[in-house]
Design a protein around this ligand. Structure first.
Ligand SMILES: [Zn+2]
Length: 78
């Protein structure tokens, strides 16, 4: 007896979604794990790193940029 399976595929598009927020930036100290605040540009977190370095002597940081996306069915796939 043969097995039969049906799959239906649709084309999806993925686009940056800025309806709620643009990209957000946050930096973190690699030594103690403390994090900057979240900001709409990297400038605030950059200044936080410099201030944190001055206060603690910690010199290694990482930065994360979070961008929001929304998937939608491509035209003609509905
Ligand atoms: Zn630190």
């Amino acid at each position: 007896m043969a097995m039969k399976a049906g799959w239906q595929f649709a084309d999806w598009d993925l686009n940056v979604d800025t309806s709620a927020s643009g990209s957000i930036y946050q930096h973190q100290c690699m030594t103690c794990g403390e994090k900057s605040g979240v900001a709409a540009t990297a400038e605030g977190p950059d200044v936080w790193c410099l201030r944190h370095a001055g206060l603690t002597g910690h010199t290694d940081f990482r930065g994360a940029v979070t961008t929001f996306f929304r998937a939608s069915l491509a035209e003609g796939s509905r």
